[in-house]
Design a protein around this ligand. Structure first.
Ligand SMILES: Nc1ncnc2c1ncn2[C@@H]1O[C@H](COP(=O)(O)OP(=O)(O)OP(=O)(O)O)[C@@H](O)[C@H]1O
Ligand SMILES: [Mg+2]
Length: 283
């Protein structure tokens, strides 16, 4: 099977991953179509990052659980890696290097041919609006600039699939919009597929073609933001809610599925702490 025979950018079938007794991902079925922006949503500890690390081949999985453009993540790991760019949840830029040096490092790791490297690094930095700041130490960047730098790192290999784990956490509304505008510009130019996690429901609503709501290691609701909102509206009407209720928001859908408040059996202190740490370092 060649890459072009398959329609799915990502296909997870019964994906499972456990840390000791914790079933972080527990039978995840998920497909991301080529060219779409897919948002993986869910409360702290739902298993989003673990699922993403399986898809990126950073965590080992058995064969036939994950494929990326038809390449099996277990048996064809290098082929999968060559197709994707990844912005991890934890900050990954090195503050003691300049922006440009950080991107060069990724260009090397991702095998961008030596003679194309300088040009591709320049293009990636330009794509995220960092040309002027490229030769400053990343340690002097604001949080929004760091996140854009990480986006440039992920884009330098011209990935067919861009995977972003909370790319906008801790950013102000203007910086968040900036990150999305850069993603969308690259998408428009290249047809790249995007898989993103976010806790910002307004972002998911505005920028994602489809969203999957994950809870306890599995997808619990799936559809376009409109479908999910309309689905909850219909369930509420069927349950006898007044017909004049406003259409639910995506946040209402999230609360309906994930329940309100902290879920003690899933989100633990490690998650909350690491998310806060990320937010603080970026913010
Ligand atoms: N390295 C690890 N060692 C042990 N347990 C882990 C590890 N990473 C994740 N877990 C556990 O796996 C579960 C899923 O965690 P994961 O980080 O995938 O959630 P998440 O949906 O990304 O949450 P968040 O929204 O907070 O980023 C949690 O119960 C978490 O405690
Ligand atoms: Mg996470």
């Amino acid at each position: 099977m060649t890459q072009d025979d398959v329609t799915e950018a990502v296909a997870c079938t019964g994906l499972a991953y456990a840390f000791g007794d914790t079933n972080a991902v527990d039978g995840l079925d998920l497909t991301v179509a080529q060219g779409e922006v897919f948002g993986l949503l869910g409360p702290n500890g739902a298993g989003k990052t673990t699922a993403i690390r399986c898809i990126t081949t950073l965590l080992p999985v058995p064969t036939r659980m994950v494929s990326v453009f038809g390449h099996d993540a277990a048996s064809d790991r290098m082929a999968v890696r060559r197709l994707l760019g990844y912005v991890p949840q934890q900050l990954s830029a090195d503050s003691s290097l300049t922006g440009r040096e950080n991107v060069v490092l990724f260009a090397r790791v991702f095998d961008v041919p030596r003679r194309e490297r300088a040009a591709r690094v320049g293009q990636a930095l330009a794509a995220v609006g960092l040309t002027d700041a490229a030769d400053r130490l990343a340690g002097t960047y604001s949080g929004g600039m760091v996140r854009r730098l990480e986006l440039a790192q992920a884009l330098v290999s011209a990935p067919r699939l861009l995977i972003l784990d909370e790319p906008t956490i801790g950013l102000d509304p203007i910086a968040r919009t900036g990150v999305w505008e850069h993603i969308n510009a690259v998408r428009a130019a290249t047809g790249m597929t995007v898989l993103v996690t976010t806790h910002y429901m307004d972002e998911a609503d505005q920028y994602c073609d489809r969203v999957g709501l994950m809870h306890h290691g599995r997808i619990r609701a799936l559809g376009t933001p409109d479908e999910l909102r309309e689905g909850l509206g219909a369930r509420r009407r069927a349950a006898g809610a007044a017909g004049t209720d406003p259409l639910p928001t995506l946040e209402d859908v999230f609360r309906d599925i994930a329940g309100s408040g902290l879920d003690e059996s899933s989100g633990d202190f490690r998650d909350v702490r690491s998310t806060r740490r990320t937010a603080r370092r970026v913010g």
